[in-house]
Design a protein around this ligand. Structure first.
Ligand SMILES: Cc1cc2nc3c(=O)[nH]c(=O)nc-3n(C[C@H](O)[C@H](O)[C@H](O)COP(=O)(O)OP(=O)(O)OC[C@H]3O[C@@H](n4cnc5c(N)ncnc54)[C@H](O)[C@@H]3O)c2cc1C
Length: 140
């Protein structure tokens, strides 16, 4: 995706890269540089990235840095109620946004890998409608 925005890309692995030969060849084909040296500091001015400083003392200016940060839940309430997580840390849901715990539904970023407003709204609509339907049936 970043390759669509710029042709000047450097991958910083912050240690030995573990790409396969095929991956190395593909990155090379697209002139994507790889730096394996560990990063020691991010230099910024008022929050705007200026340089990355490496453990060997080198300093390189970058316009933008994208981080591949692992996903974590913001709230521990669902797990404390017994909701299971997927391997990637999302709430496990089945049809109609139901979690494994009866009467607990999940929608939006906490349970969808493709995180967007449209997905959050759509899944929230489904979860809300199904929860409402079940409450109505319970009372009828
Ligand atoms: C930098 C950035 C840029 C993005 N750009 C886009 C974009 O251009 N287009 C797009 O479609 N999507 C974009 N997204 C993704 C989009 O913002 C999310 O997918 C969407 O907001 C998810 O909605 P949500 O309701 O699931 O979660 P959130 O919007 O994260 O809402 C969850 C809410 O729950 C609250 N909360 C958490 N724990 C508790 C608790 N214990 N008690 C009470 N409240 C709690 C949080 O404070 C938060 O307000 C972007 C996201 C980021 C971070």
């Amino acid at each position: 995706m970043v390759n669509n925005l710029t042709k000047n890309i450097t991958i910083l692995t912050n240690g030995k890269a573990d790409f396969t030969t095929e991956q190395f060849e593909k990155l090379n084909k697209h002139n994507i540089k790889i730096i394996e040296t560990q990063i020691s500091e991010i230099e910024h001015k008022d929050g705007k990235l200026k340089n990355l400083i490496f453990k060997d003392g080198n300093k390189i200016a970058f316009d933008v840095a994208y981080g591949a940060i692992p996903f974590t839940q913001h709230s521990d309430i669902p797990v404390s109620l017994g909701c299971e997580l997927t391997e990637q840390g999302y709430l496990k849901i089945v049809l109609f946004k139901k979690t494994n715990v009866p009467n607990i539904y999940a929608c939006g970023d906490n349970s969808i890998m493709m995180r967007s407003v449209a997905n959050a709204v759509s899944s929230g609509n489904t979860a809300g409608a199904v929860a409402n339907g079940e409450l109505v049936q319970e009372q009828f």
